[in-house]
Design a binder for this molecule. Sequence first.
Ligand code: P1T
Length: 388
Amino acid sequence: MPTHIEEGFATKAIHSGQDPRQWSHRSVIPPLVMSTTFRQDGPGEHRGYEYGRSGNPSRNVLETCLASIENGKHGLVFASGLGAITAVTSLLQSGDHIVCVDDVYGGTNRYFRVCLVKNNIETSFVDGTNLKLFLDSIKDNTKMVWIETPTNPLLKLIDIRAVVDAVKAIREDIIVVVDNSFLTCYFQRPLELGADIVIYSITKYMNGHSDVVMGAAITRRDDLEDRLRFLQNAMGIVPSPFDCAQVNRSLKTLEIRMIQHMKAGLTVAKFLESHSSVEKVFHPLLPSHAQRELAKKQMKGHSGMVTFYIKGDSRKFLKALKIFAVAESLGGFESLAELPSIMTHASLTAEMRNELGINDQLIRLSVGLETESDLIADLDQALKAAQS
Ligand SMILES: C=C(NCc1c(COP(=O)(O)O)cnc(C)c1O)C(=O)O
């Protein structure tokens, strides 16, 4: 028997789910199956696939690969990150309660606060960096705890293992969900830290090419996979086979892309921190980050996300940028810059934004894969423009 080799991340990303022996023609690159339906040998006698919404070979290849690189058991993909959030929160029912970290993506906040409330599912938004405060928010009807770490956009960290242990000590049936979009499974493994479900906006780093909108949920629990698989089909929030093939391709370079995003992001963060036109920089790997020790404990590294308070005119800064594009989203090879207060987090209430410190001086960067010196030069000239 060949000795079992514990494969590395890149090997899993390149080979998991891709075995050419799955298809008779043995193509090394998985075939793209666009068909919405599959011929059956007889009524109900199919070969694993019946209808495109219920299952698709190109989707199956991607879901297998995602589960493998997450060190999970089951991977499910959805039409968008919010589609994954919709499916996962559909595990709840009327009268249930969610405890959610206060600093989350604006669309997540909006879905919880505006949409779920229509189904009589209430959410408490709480500072997840204060474990006691977070746990004190758990009520008899709390059925889900929702974590983003690092958070969007303030890059606050939540101790996943500490939250999981404390929550499960209160009640085992509370489902702990971690949105890992800002780091990917290359830098952080929430399932290994005890989370029940990890979700992604695949749109971001996992695809990393800003040409697919998709979401994913990965779990080790058969019971949750069974319920999520039902919801994926019954709610119809599935991605196209073409998009699945695109993302499957992107995962092959995830490791090397994240390593470069980390390198460039840290270069940018250090440059900003030393600049006289910058008030404060948030980056988990900077010594100045309040939770630097937690970063070292639960993260293998950090992505290209950098957030900072600018001195001077933030709009002038953003309009002066030449290489960074002013745009929503993040995690692609191109560098992006945005003003969360009026862009990605505009859907928060003004009170919530004020409490969090998401004001017109707060700028969020997604540092891409361009030449680092070009990025620094672009930021430097734009910071000067903001002071004029
Ligand atoms: C579009 C942006 N965020 C989407 C997002 C989502 C939603 O993913 P979509 O694929 O955009 O539906 C979920 N979770 C996090 C942490 C996210 O950042 C943004 O922050 O610019």
